[in-house]
Design a binder for this molecule. Sequence first.
Ligand code: ATR
Length: 291
Amino acid sequence: MINGNTRTCGLIGNPVEHTMSPVIHNTLADMLSHNLVYVPFSVEEGGLKDAIKGAFALNLLGLNVTVPYKSKVIPFLSGIDDLAQKIGAVNTLVRNSEGFAGYNTDMPGLYRAMCSEGIEIQGQDVILLGAGGAARAVAFLCALKGANKVYLLNRSLEKAVVVAEEVNSKAGRECIYPMALAEYRQLPEKSFLAIQATSVGLYPDTDRAVIEDQDFYSRIHTGYDLIYKPADTKFMQLVKKQGGRAFHGLKMLLYQGVIAYELWNHVSVPEETALQVYEILKEKMGIRELL
Ligand code: ATR
C-alpha cells in the first residue's frame, strides 16, 4: 500500500519500456515488507544532469542506470565506488547526504549468478566474446577472480586491444589477450569457459551467433550468454550441441537487481527469496527451463 512513508527507487535510461527491473524490486519489497516502490523514468539525452538533481530533490532512495547513461552519469555523482570507477560504468546510484554515489552491480551480479550455477572462474581458461560495455565488466570479473588466461575476441581488434590493455593495467595482472574474432581458429587447443557478451543473437535477431562454426564449440565446456531474451540463444544451442553446459543471462539480471536492492535498503536478501523472484521473472518472460 502506497502511503506517506513510501520510498521511491527507479530506473533511468532510454528506452526503459521493456525493463524487467520493476518486477525484481517491487517483488522484493513485497516479500520483505519494505514500504518501497520502483518505477521506470525515461530520460532524454541532455536531461541527465537535471534528472539526477531532481531525483535528489525529490528524496529518491536510489536509482538504477541503464543504456545509454552508464558512463555518462559519472560526472553528476557525489562519489563513486572503487570497482565502478575501475570498470568505468555505473548501474546503481545510492543516495547519500550530498547526492548519489555510483556503484556497479552488473559485475558482482554476474559473479553471484555464476556461483549459483556452480561455474568457476578461478584458474579457468576463458573465451570472452565482445569488447563493448558489458564485455569490459566481464573482463574485469575474470581478471579479479583469478582466471588463468582470457582470450578477448572482438570483431574490431582495436577495441579488444584497448579493453585488454586497460583491464590488465587496472587489475594489475597480464591475463587478457586480445584477438580478432575472425582468428578464433588460432585459439590454443584447450577446454574453455566461454562468455558471450556481444549483442549478436538478441531478440528479434535470434537466429544468429557471433561464431557459428561447430568446431569452435567443441572446445567449450561451459557457455554463458549475457543475453536472456531469447532464453535459449543460438550460442547456447551450439554449445549444447557439442556437449557443453549453457546458461542465459537472466540470473545475472536478477542478482544485479538483488545487489542494488541490498545497497539501497542495507539488508541482505535471503537466497530463497532471490530464487522466488527468479521464478516470477521467468514466468513473466514465458521461460520454461528444460532440465
Ligand atoms: P554492450 O554495452 O551491450 O556491451 P556495445 O558496447 O554496443 O554493447 O557492444 C556490442 C558488442 O557486440 C561489441 O563487442 C560489438 O563488436 P564491435 O566492437 O566490433 O562493434 C559486438 N557486435 C555487435 N554486432 C556484431 C556483429 N554483427 N558481429 C560481431 N560482433 C558484433
